[in-house]
Design a protein around this ligand. Sequence first.
Ligand code: SME
Length: 155
Amino acid sequence: MSEHLQIIQGSKAEQYQALIPQIKGLLSGETDLIANLANLTAALKTQFGWLWVGFYLVKENELVLGPFQGPIACTRIQKGRGVCGSSWASASILIVPDVEKFPGHIACSSLSKSEIVLPLIKAGEVWGVLDIDSSDYNQFDETDRQYLEELVGLL
Ligand code: SME
């Protein structure tokens, strides 16, 4: 496994296209889930510089903070609460261009302005979510949805 991440400039799609094979390499060399989640957050944060990239994992019917990169965050989120809990409840990807306009948004950091959350699904069950926050509005779109969906599919 290479422990060096090659950071590239370019369009968002080009950045994902260069990053995804490297992440595949990282994940294929390791079987431990937490190690892989941790490296995935580091790779995404390093390439894109977002405010916060992290996982929440379903434990005893709530989301509990998992590996992340960024400022300290809320540790537990109930099903249906906030963007993460809504993504879990609906098993769907949520893109929020302005977090202040999302009813029930949980503000772990006042710097967060936009957000994307992807559910992690195995055998029809959501077992966690990937949450990414940006300090700018309107930072996530269909390109992020497409490539991040591919990434979480590797887990
Ligand atoms: N904003 C999220 C909570 C998690 S933090 O952003 C890290 C939400 O509304 O679910």
